[in-house]
Design a binder for this molecule. Structure first.
Ligand SMILES: [Zn+2]
Length: 515
């Protein structure tokens, strides 16, 4: 089947006027069609009412002895197209069809007249006319039953069933699957339409077509569409949940979750993210050669425009590694070390020279103090190994972790150790290694946190940038090329959705074609 251009492309002629006049009639027929089981009627060659099969031809269930049915699986979902397909809703429905038929009628759609017939062609004689019909499989339905319902002769149904079964092998068609039919009314059997072709496309990349030969037998064919990736961009604004703000525009939820997670290492969502802030998501979709989306999109890159800065993350897979997200400088968004080794805390004393509160003289404060209630869990700032765990003089109950040969962290004044924490055990980032207390030389419950590099205490809060994993070695050049590409695509890739869609030609699909 070929797509007709949108109705706005066709000249407005007497025919479209006549069509407009028939609109209420079409609507009425549509309602009848709906009443008779959610039929989707479509008429390629002649939408005028004369060509529609008279109501008498509409389905009357016939108790025929059918060949063994093709069982339909309830559980198999239809291919994930719908909103994530990013197509404008029913691009075939142009303004000529009026609001009555504009997609509000579920299960009913009317295709525009085929322009190849020309605006001035005579109406075709209805009796031997060919017409298209789209039927949707209901739960527990079979194609054979569906064809019986529209009075297709049993001999034809049997052949069609056999051809289709041979093509589908063991595969089952899901309820809701659309079956496209090209039918013909033949004078010698006016109440039994002839099936010229039947097609079903259970996956975007696979279509099964049954066609009638001149000798009355049927042929089966499997059509495979080539699938290839394309990069698209979604421009969005945050309204309510950030995830939903993207999902509403067709970004897959999984891609939004990845985007938020990648941003969360760097962005304080509560303080920095406001209503109406803009973000851009770059997706890689998979599409068939005829434009159907088989995968709604994997996150390649994202940009979040905050009040004072713009944060960009991009997907990259280092050689021999796993996919991860990086900033444009090639630094992993995942911090090798937590910013603070506690969830809720405030800094009560910074690194540097100070008057010691107990000793009373000026000395280097070799760590950072975080004030927190006694018993607050203390988290391992990074993955590593416990090298000390126990009382340690003025430090009180103390834990030291070694992360690399060069880097260690230490935690003092704990009330007690975390479960299983003893010298020699490995810890993961974020694991509870102890609880806030006031043991040792301490004036009140707090965590004294130290960062050691090369055996010396350094300021933990100054380690921010050095603490990220960086794309390096052979990967550096490859990453830089990719980062440049993504940064350009975040501005230039075809937009598939936008909070403020640009004014477009009526009836023009919103999908930007081509890469
Ligand atoms: Zn301290």
């Amino acid at each position: 089947m070929t797509d007709s251009p949108p109705p706005s492309d066709r000249p407005r002629t007497a025919k479209s006027l006549a069509f407009a006049l028939f609109r209420p009639v079409l609507f009425a027929v549509g309602v009848i069609g709906l009443a008779l089981g959610g039929l989707v009627l479509s008429h390629r060659s002649n939408p005028e009412i004369a060509a529609l099969p008279p109501p008498a031809n509409l389905p009357i269930p016939t108790p025929a002895a059918p060949p063994p049915p093709i069982v339909l699986a309830d559980s198999e979902p239809a291919p994930p197209i719908a909103p994530s397909d990013f197509r404008a809703v029913s691009p075939n429905l142009g303004p000529n069809l009026g609001p009555n038929l504009g997609g509000d009628l579920r299960g009913f759609s009317m295709k525009p007249p085929d322009p190849s017939t020309g605006p001035n062609s005579e109406p075709e004689p209805p009796a031997s006319d060919r017409y298209e019909l789209t039927l949707r499989l209901e739960k527990g339905d079979t194609i054979d039953k569906m064809l019986a319902d529209i009075d297709v002769p049993q001999a034809d149904r049997k052949q069609i069933h056999e051809r289709l079964a041979a093509l589908l092998k063991k595969k089952k068609l899901a309820a809701g699957e659309e079956i496209e039919l090209l039918l013909q009314n033949v004078p010698e059997q006016p109440d039994a339409p002839r099936v010229l072709s039947l097609s079903v496309r259970p996956q975007p990349e696979r279509e099964y077509i049954i066609t009638r030969r001149d000798d009355g037998t049927y042929d089966g064919e499997e059509k495979v569409y080539k699938v290839s990736p394309r990069i698209v961009r979604v421009e969005a604004e945050r309204h309510g949940s950030l995830e939903q703000s993207g999902v509403r525009l067709g970004v897959p939820s999984q891609a939004m979750v990845e985007f938020i997670r990648a941003m969360s290492y760097d962005v304080d969502f509560q303080r920095e993210l406001k209503e109406g802030m803009k973000f851009t998501v770059l997706l890689e979709q998979l599409v068939t050669s005829d434009g159907r989306v088989t995968h709604p999109g994997r996150l390649l890159a994202g940009e979040l425009r905050l009040l004072k800065r713009t944060v960009v993350v991009m997907r990259y897979r280092p050689q021999g590694g796993a996919d991860g997200f990086y900033n444009p400088n090639g630094e992993s968004v995942v911090r090798a070390f937590l910013r603070t080794p506690m969830d809720a805390s405030k800094i009560s004393s910074r690194f540097g020279m100070r008057e010691h509160p107990i000793l009373g003289y000026s000395a280097l404060h070799a760590g950072v103090d975080f004030a927190a209630p006694s018993g607050t869990p203390i988290l391992a700032a990074g993955a590593g190994k416990v090298v000390m765990a126990g009382p340690n003089g003025g430090y009180g109950l103390y834990v030291k972790l070694q992360h690399t040969s060069d880097v260690g962290t230490a935690y003092a004044h704990m009330s007690r150790l975390g479960p299983g924490i003893k010298p020699g055990v490995a810890v993961r980032q974020g694991q509870v290694i102890g609880f806030v207390g006031s043991t040792g030389m301490s004036t009140g419950p707090h965590l004294h946190y130290e960062f050691h590099r090369g055996g010396r205490q350094v300021n933990p809060l100054a380690q921010k940038f050095a603490m990220r994993a960086q794309v390096g070695g052979k990967d550096a050049a490859r990453f830089q090329g990719l980062a440049k590409h993504y940064l350009a695509q975040l501005k230039n890739a075809p937009v598939v959705a936008s909070t403020k869609p640009k004014p477009k030609e009526p009836g023009t699909p919103q999908v930007a074609k081509g890469d």
